[in-house]
Write a protein of this length. Structure first.
Length: 77
């Protein structure tokens, strides 16, 4: 499952990043490393952007970026 497929309130854990080296480096720099837990806080009406709460801060990703992040479900809030 990818992050852009998750609903608001879902808790997840980053499993892998499937992206070009440039995008992967950027996502890793933002703290989206494998094993990191996050919560989907908001999704805009058209699905873009997606707001995550990760490592104590809020991160907004484009739908195209979120589709590159594979994640496991941890639960619901």
């Amino acid at each position: 499952m990818t992050v852009n497929e998750m609903s608001v309130g879902v808790l997840g854990k980053v499993k892998a990043i499937k992206a070009t080296p440039t995008i992967k480096k950027r996502l890793l720099a933002m703290g989206l490393t494998p094993g990191t837990e996050f919560k989907v806080v908001k999704v805009a009406p058209m699905g873009d952007p997606i707001e995550l709460k990760i490592r104590g801060y809020r991160l907004t990703l484009r739908k195209s970026e979120a589709s590159r992040l594979e994640a496991d479900l941890v639960g619901n809030d």
